[in-house]
Ligand binder design. Structure first.
Ligand code: SF4
Length: 319
């Protein structure tokens, strides 16, 4: 991993992160937009319902910036902070933590505190563009007594070379598989090569951690969960994504997400400027059944939109 000619992700911007910024607009100062106890992830990550509130949920750390530019990003206030500040996604003076950066020890302390408060795991959301520093963070945290699993919660646009550095450090991989069609990946996420890149990355994750293992209390301890968000009008894409997911393993765990909400710049694309319809939800469910994907979770239809669209201006974005 090189930050002097940045090659952390498939974009390979080759810029010096100490002097400039590349596609993700992240420099060498680690930015965290929010951290705390999150109860909205998959049950083995946030904790089965009987464990949730009492045990602290998922100890989640939301990193700023992103190496994708999804036009429908629900976290756009923090993934695209300069756009959010310019176009009213964040009120002036509400720069979240954008003006504050964390060093390795600061993040280690944060993780240990989340563990002490009862978190079931440490859930690193959008870690990719900070991976150079996170390797040291995880090693140091484990040395200082971090015992709970590390979750790598990613958009899937990852280099296998970078992921290999995390073998033995990350316990649970939680990648998206968003597109099996490059045209869609370019149009909606500015991500050339996404299908091939993400497939290779997910197979590397599976090689490292294998199928999901859940303990007797219902908590994930190791393994892979692949997420797929159903996009409006794109059931063919969902079909092809699920076909790939099925090839990963007979025991692959799928998280099929229905929470699509036309936020950020989605209104510029008429065909995706709406939530998914009931028929699309049912069609996706049939695909899962038809392919014989037996393990995982399907979000409920409707009602999800509001509670899964965070507002990072609030003290608790999910409250
Ligand atoms: S992490 Fe950012 S700067 Fe580095 S290659 Fe990826 S997009 Fe470019």
């Amino acid at each position: 991993m090189n930050i002097f000619r940045c090659d952390l992700c498939p974009r390979n911007c080759r810029i010096n992160r100490k002097k400039g910024i590349g596609f993700c607009k992240a420099d060498d100062k680690i930015k965290i937009s929010w951290f705390g106890h999150h109860f909205g992830e998959e049950p083995p990550i946030s904790g089965p319902s009987r464990l949730r509130r009492s045990r602290g949920g998922s100890g989640t750390i939301f990193f700023s910036n992103c190496n994708l530019k999804c036009v429908f990003c629900q976290n756009w206030q923090i993934s695209q902070p300069s756009f959010a500040l310019r176009f009213g996604g964040l009120r002036k003076g509400k720069e979240l933590n954008q003006d504050k950066s964390y060093d390795v020890n600061g993040i280690v302390e944060m993780m240990l505190k989340l563990q002490e408060e009862g978190s079931l795991n440490i859930n690193l959301v959008s870690p990719t563009v900070w991976s150079y520093w996170l390797e040291k963070v995880i090693i140091t945290a484990k040395r200082k007594g971090l015992k709970i699993p590390i979750v790598w919660n990613t958009n899937g646009y990852e280099k296998t070379k970078t992921l290999k550095e995390f073998e033995g450090l990350v316990d649970i991989y939680l990648p998206d598989y968003k597109y099996d069609n490059e045209k869609l990946a370019i149009k909606y996420s500015s991500a050339p090569g996404y299908p091939e890149v993400a497939r290779k990355a997910i197979l590397e994750m599976q090689r490292q951690v294998g199928d999901l293992q859940i303990d007797q209390k219902g908590k994930a301890i190791r393994g892979l969960i692949v997420r797929h968000l159903i996009l409006p009008g794109q059931i063919e894409n969902t079909k092809n994504c699920l076909r790939f997911v099925k090839t990963i393993s007979d025991r692959v765990h799928l998280s099929l997400m229905t929470q699509y909400n036309p936020l950020y710049r989605a209104r510029e694309f008429a065909e995706i400027n709406r939530p998914i319809g009931k028929q699309e939800f049912e069609a996706a469910n049939k695909l899962v059944e038809g392919l014989g994907i037996k393990y995982g979770w399907v979000q409920e239809f409707g009602g999800a939109v509001k509670c899964f669209s965070p507002d990072f201006e609030k003290e608790n974005p999910f409250g």
